[in-house]
Design a protein around this ligand. Structure first.
Ligand code: NAP
Length: 254
C-alpha cells in the first residue's frame, strides 16, 4: 500500500473548507500530504484548518475567491513558498444555481455561476500546471463536476454548462500534459449531503422523490470522497487519466 502514501506530497483543494472538498482534504492530510485549502469564509477555513492539522502534517488555509485572478495567483505563490510546489490540485470550489428560469436569467447571474464553476477551474489549473511544470515531477489535476454535466439541469443551465465544460477541459488537459507526467480526471458526484444541498434535502417533496431512486438508500457523504482523492493524488493512479469517476451510489443507473 506504499503507493497510496502521500508523505512529501503537496495537495491543493479549492473549496476545501466545506462539504466534499473538506472530505477530500481531510483524507489527503491523513494520508500524509501537506494540504493547502482555499475558500472565502474565514470561520469555515479556521474550523477546517483545525480538523486537518490534527493529522500532524502541514496545513495552509487561505481566504481567496477562485474567480479573482490576482488573489488566486497570490494564493498559489503563498502555497509554493510555504509548502512547496503542488503535486495534486483539486478544483472543487463551486456555487449552486438559484433555480431561475432560463428566459429570465440575467447575464449577471449567468456569470456569477460560470465565473466560479468554469473560469475558477481554468485559473486554478493554470496556476497548478505552472508549478508542476516548473517542479518537473508530474502531477494530478482533479475537478469536481456533476451529474448535471450529463443530464442537464433545468433552471440551472449555467451550472450544468460549467460542469460539462470542465469535463471537456479535463479531457483536453489529460492529452496536452501527459508528456509531462501530469494526469487529469473528473469526479462526478451524485446527491451528496453538504451545506450546498442541505436545504434541498430538507425539502420533503424532493427527498421523497429522489431517495427511492438511490439504490443505496442514503445520501452520499463528504467522507465518501476521501479514498478517491487519496488514490488520485497518489502514485497508485499513475496510469489513470482522462476519466470521469462517478461516485453516486449507482443513482444514475437506477
Ligand atoms: P459546499 O459544502 O457548499 O462547498 C462549496 C465549497 O466551494 C465551499 O468550500 C466554498 O467555500 C467554496 N467556494 C464557493 N465559491 C467559492 C469561490 N468563489 N472561491 C473560493 N471558494 C469558493 O458544497 P459541496 O456540495 O461540497 O460542493 C463542492 C463541489 O461539488 C462543488 O463544485 C459542487 O458544484 C459539486 N457538486 C456537489 C454535489 C452535491 O450533491 N453536494 C453534487 C455534484 C457536484 P466558501 O463558502 O468559504 O467560499
Amino acid at each position: 500500500m506504499t503507493k497510496f502514501n502521500l508523505d512529501g506530497k503537496v495537495a491543493m483543494v479549492t473549496g476545501g473548507n466545506s462539504g466534499i472538498g473538506l472530505g477530500m482534504a481531510d483524507a489527503l492530510a491523513e494520508a500524509g500530504a501537506s494540504v493547502c485549502i482555499i475558500g472565502r469564509d474565514q470561520q469555515k477555513l479556521d474550523a477546517a484548518y483545525d480538523k486537518l492539522a490534527a493529522h500532524g502534517g502541514k496545513v495552509l488555509a487561505l481566504q481567496c475567491d477562485v474567480s479573482d485572478e490576482q488573489k488566486l495567483t497570490a494564493a498559489f505563490d503563498q502555497c509554493l513558498a510555504e509548502l512547496g510546489p503542488v503535486d495534486s490540485c483539486f478544483a472543487n470550489a463551486g456555487v449552486p444555481s438559484r433555480g431561475t428560469a432560463f428566459h429570465e436569467m440575467t447575464t449577471t447571474e449567468w456569470r456569477e455561476i460560470t465565473s466560479v464553476n468554469l473560469d475558477g477551474v481554468f485559473l486554478t489549473f493554470r496556476a497548478a500546471i505552472k508549478q508542476m511544470l516548473e517542479a518537473g515531477r508530474g502531477g494530478s489535476l482533479v475537478v469536481t463536476s456533476s451529474l448535471s454535466a450529463h443530464q442537464g439541469q433545468p433552471r440551472g443551465e449555467h451550472y450544468a454548462s460549467s460542469k460539462g465544460g470542465v469535463l471537456s477541459m479535463i479531457r483536453s488537459l489529460a492529452v496536452e500534459y501527459a508528456r509531462y507526467g501530469i494526469r487529469a480526471n473528473a469526479i462526478v458526484p451524485g446527491w451528496i449531503d453538504t451545506p450546498m444541498t442541505a436545504p434541498l434535502f430538507r425539502w420533503e417533496k424532493f427527498a421523497k422523490a429522489v431517495m427511492p431512486r438511490i439504490p443505496q438508500r442514503r445520501w452520499g457523504l463528504p467522507e465518501d470522497f476521501g479514498a478517491v482523492a487519496v488514490y488520485l493524488a497518489s502514485d497508485a493512479s499513475a496510469y489513470h487519466s482522462g476519466d470521469d469517476l462517478l461516485i453516486d451510489g449507482a443513482y444514475s443507473l437506477f
